[in-house]
Design a protein around this ligand. Structure first.
Ligand SMILES: [Zn+2]
Ligand SMILES: [Zn+2]
Length: 377
């Protein structure tokens, strides 16, 4: 399947596009790809649908914020439900008159959920070490996250009598309109434009939060890192996201990112590292100990006659598997260490070794042949 295109790209607008920019872009693209203008053209039909979907999401402030934060990979799955976006039937007339707006404004969270309003989800990233992922560490850190305003207790008003019931919707937060969708007349429920779905009007907003009822606050977050968590794992804390007046707070997502280790690369449960060795150690073999993520030293036994680019595998000393027991492996790639500076004395001693360890020029051709045979198995 082709990668889903970015909504802003589809509409050809920037990330900072205003509602008006979006409307203009949508109107012109929807006209261009409208099925009435492109009969029996599946490609135009697909583009028409794509443009609708992009506009549906970006014209809804809440959906747009979620999209800006998560992209197509939003935590609750597609905002249109498991089947994804179905497309709507919009007349060319509606595109000229602006009758399309109510169709889109009623698309999300409709159906009389006025009191079921929910704050935004928040995503923060936190970097942890391999050791912390290894031992299922409990960690605590501070992050600035939107929380209930202390001054007004989340009401958004200076005083409790500064809150009035909205007259337009009688406090329901929603209004019902008739709209034409293709050949049908449909009842459309949408957020009350007067109170923006609150059901309340605040005559005298709280100074500290400008009436939103929320403000950013430094907060302590305590999480336990799941053993073997993959890079990018998201932990959800229900109700710890942005609060909303008269509704339920959103969720807070913490995305776990792995701090680079001084020498290990991680490949799922396996760890990979390179080990430089001098020529004598390579030939004679050696034993090396390195501090390891599990707290016990990692003993690497290099057998005699080892060669650069050979690997040594130490089983079950890698990262834990995410589910169930067991651990991955540590793979050690041997590298030949060659000193940067060679003194006169080193030269003399190396030259004296040529007899035993060097490769005489008259044997080169045979050696090259053998190397090729080994390589080909
Ligand atoms: Zn209202
Ligand atoms: Zn306040």
């Amino acid at each position: 399947m082709a990668e889903k295109r970015d909504y802003y790209d589809i509409l050809g607008v920037g990330k900072d596009a205003s509602d008006d920019d979006l409307k203009k872009a949508f109107r012109s693209l929807a006209r261009k790809h409208h099925p009435d203008k492109n009969p029996d053209d599946p490609e135009a039909e697909q583009l028409f649908k794509e443009v609708q979907e992009a506009y549906a999401v970006l014209s809804n402030p809440e959906q747009r914020r979620t999209y800006d934060m998560f992209g197509h990979d939003s935590p609750g799955g597609s905002p249109f439900g498991p089947g994804g976006f179905e497309g709507v039937n919009i007349n060319l007339d509606d595109l000229f008159s602006g009758g399309f707006e109510s169709i889109f404004s009623s698309m999300f969270g409709g159906g009389g959920r006025s009191r079921g309003r929910r704050g935004h989800d928040i995503l923060i990233r936190h970097t942890v070490s391999l050791e912390q992922i290894f031992e299922e560490a409990e960690i605590e850190f501070e992050a600035e996250i939107s929380a209930e305003c202390d001054t007004c207790g989340g009401t958004g008003a200076k005083n409790s009598d500064d809150i009035e019931t909205c007259q337009t919707c009688n406090g329901n937060g929603q209004i019902t309109q008739q709209a034409r969708v293709g050949p049908f007349v449909q009842q459309i429920v949408s957020d009350c434009p007067h109170c923006r779905g609150d059901g309340q009007i605040i005559s005298n907003p709280c100074n500290d939060c400008d009436g939103s009822g929320a403000m950013p606050k430094e907060q302590k977050i305590r999480i336990s890192i799941p053993t073997g968590a993959a890079d990018g794992t998201r932990l959800r804390m229900r109700g710890k996201g942005e609060p909303i007046r008269g509704g339920q707070s959103g969720d807070l997502f913490i995305q776990i990112e792995t701090e680079p280790h001084p020498w290990f690369e991680r490949d799922g449960p396996d760890l990979i590292m390179a080990l430089p060795l001098g020529y004598p150690e390579m030939v004679l073999g050696t034993e090396i100990e390195l501090p390891h993520i599990d707290g016990k030293p990692l003993k690497i036994e290099v057998p005699p006659a080892s060669r650069p680019s050979e690997t040594i595998i130490i089983h079950r000393r890698g990262m834990p598997y995410r589910r169930g027991r067991g651990r991955g492996d540590v793979t050690i790639l041997l590298k030949l260490h060659v000193p940067n500076k060679i003194t006169k004395a080193m030269k003399t001693s190396l030259n004296s070794l040529k007899g035993d360890f060097g490769l005489p020029l008259d044997e080169i051709e045979d050696a090259v042949r053998r190397e090729a045979q080994d390589r080909r198995g």
